[in-house]
Ligand binder design. Structure first.
Ligand code: GDP
Length: 276
């Protein structure tokens, strides 16, 4: 799901969230491990106050492992339970089950019932996670004929149920840096972006923080002064030229961004907890 946000969208999403959140004990919040803060909406802290909180650092297969650890510590220090995740794979699901039991221990002891919901911005992996975690094997509760109207809950184990539709959080657009990072991971429509600009920001960041990455992938020298010269070198290496032998910057820009998004540039994190 990759749509643009208008104030109407946000009001509707927020209202829906306020309704759903009343029903639950635990908020399972997915963030993108490459931009754990820019992919959050801090309004959830207010909406989810008095709830148990679990943060899943999703797409951690694409982010820097050392930074994953740093971000996990950052969120744990703020009182969240945290698990690193690749939502497409089943291997962390047992760990998540255990963390949920730990996070909701008192509630389970008291009521023998915990209800949870998954929240996050578009494209962060909510549906993928629900599918992998709850899967087909789990019986849906409340989907018998005649009760289809109400909320659908997926039973995870004898004490825990998960709301089958995730809560959609609206991204933060007010901060330009945040917008840029969201664009880089692909959660803002490419048509409305300046791809050339975006790739230059990425190239600068990589040059500074992941020296040697571009050199290794594209066989270019990183010693050049300006990012645009690096983009030009990449274009030349990859034959991104237009008619008349003009450099096709946009084609090279799209190539670099696509290589980043798909992990072909390696595991990269775009923001650091130390700076926040
Ligand atoms: P939603 O909008 O939050 O429900 O996001 P989706 O579940 O539709 O996922 C968006 C895209 O991210 C899909 O192409 C997924 O395959 C991909 N995706 C989800 N989780 C992961 C992950 O942990 N790692 C990687 N590499 N891709 C993921």
């Amino acid at each position: 799901m990759n749509f643009q946000w208008y104030p109407g969208h946000m009001t509707k999403a927020k209202r829906q969230m306020q309704e759903d959140i009343k029903l639950i004990d635990l908020v399972i919040e997915l963030v993108d491990a490459r931009i754990p803060l820019s992919s959050r909406n801090p309004d959830i802290d207010d909406l989810g106050k008095n709830k148990a909180r679990l943060i899943l650092l999703n797409k951690s297969d694409l982010s820097d492992e050392r930074k994953n650890e740093a971000w996990a510590s950052y969120f744990k220090a703020k009182g969240f339970y945290v698990v690193k995740l690749d939502a497409r794979r089943r291997n962390s699901m047992k760990e998540i089950q255990n963390v949920i039991l730990e996070a909701c221990k008192e509630k389970i002891e008291r009521d023998r019932r915990v209800r949870a919901m998954v929240v996050g911005i578009p494209n962060v992996g909510k549906s993928t996670f629900i599918n992998t975690f709850a899967g087909k094997a789990c019986a849906k509760t409340g989907n018998k004929p005649g009760v289809t109207k109400g909320k659908q809950w997926i039973r995870l184990n004898k004490d825990v149920e998960l709301l089958d539709t995730p809560g959609i959080l609206w991204p933060k657009f007010d901060d330009q840096m945040v917008g840029l990072r969201l664009a880089l991971i692909g959660s803002i429509k490419d048509e409305i972006l300046n791809i050339d600009e975006l790739s230059l920001e990425l190239i600068s960041y990589l040059k500074e923080n992941y020296a040697g990455t571009l050199a290794a992938r594209y066989e270019v020298e990183e010693t050049v002064e300006r990012p645009v010269e690096l983009l030009e070198a990449i274009a030349q290496k990859r034959g991104c030229v237009q008619r008349g032998n003009e450099i096709d910057y946009s084609k090279a820009a799209a190539l670099v961004i696509d290589d980043f998004r798909s992990g072909r540039l390696g595991r990269i994190t775009l923001e650091l907890p130390e700076a926040n």
